[in-house]
Write a protein that binds this ligand. Structure first.
Ligand code: COA
Length: 161
């Protein structure tokens, strides 16, 4: 909290921008801290370079504090991953990130956006619901976990106009 207030005091404001290859280490770090199977720097570098992948970074001041990644195919896209660094969660920043990301997808001609979310991931479900996504399917025991019961996935969709 104190770090966040200090950032605001210094004029730090959250901005969403296209990621560049220089962001790969920070994005890999945030991904690794947010998901069981982290994506490495090389994977981020590749996705940032690919034409059919859209990667945004969320920046506050000089610090990268989140990202969103989508894969595009014709007029459809799938959101592959979105995360905000733990120290910056709970302040609505993911909403800014997602809505900007969706705006860029629309600008690329995307009409339908899909994603999968773990059924018990309440912050993510709230985020997607608020952004206009609806549940269109459910996959039982979709996410395998070592030594624990597999978790269900919800498939969500939002149309862009
Ligand atoms: C999902 C994630 C990106 C949300 O980022 P965030 O900036 O903290 O999100 P917000 O502050 O906008 O909160 C999103 C919603 O979740 C709610 N929320 C936050 N923590 C919650 C919790 N523990 N339980 C229930 N709801 C919660 C918020 O109230 C908000 O809902 P509202 O807009 O209706 O008030 C972030 O939690 C994250 O990076 N998680 C790890 C990676 C992940 O799971 N990504 C999604 C994969 S599908």
């Amino acid at each position: 909290m104190i770090a966040w207030i200090a950032e605001l005091w210094r004029g730090g404001q959250a901005v969403v921008e296209p990621a560049t290859s220089r962001d790969a280490p920070a994005l890999a770090q945030i991904h690794g801290a947010s998901f069981h199977r982290g994506w490495g720097e090389g994977e981020f570098e590749q996705m940032i370079a690919e034409r059919d992948t859209l990667v945004h970074r969320l920046r506050m001041g000089r610090k990268t504090i989140g990202f969103s990644v989508s894969r595009l195919a014709a007029d459809e896209a799938e959101i592959l991953s979105i995360a905000v660094a733990e120290s910056h969660r709970g302040r609505g920043l993911s909403n800014t990130l997602l809505l900007t990301h969706l705006g860029h997808l629309a600008g690329r001609g995307v009409r339908k956006v899909f994603l999968e979310v773990e059924e018990n991931n309440q912050p993510a479900r709230r985020l997607y619901q608020r952004a206009g996504f609806a549940v269109v399917g459910r996959r039982e025991r979709y996410y395998q976990q070592s030594g624990a019961e597999a978790l269900n996935a919800l498939l969500m969709r939002r149309d862009l106009s």
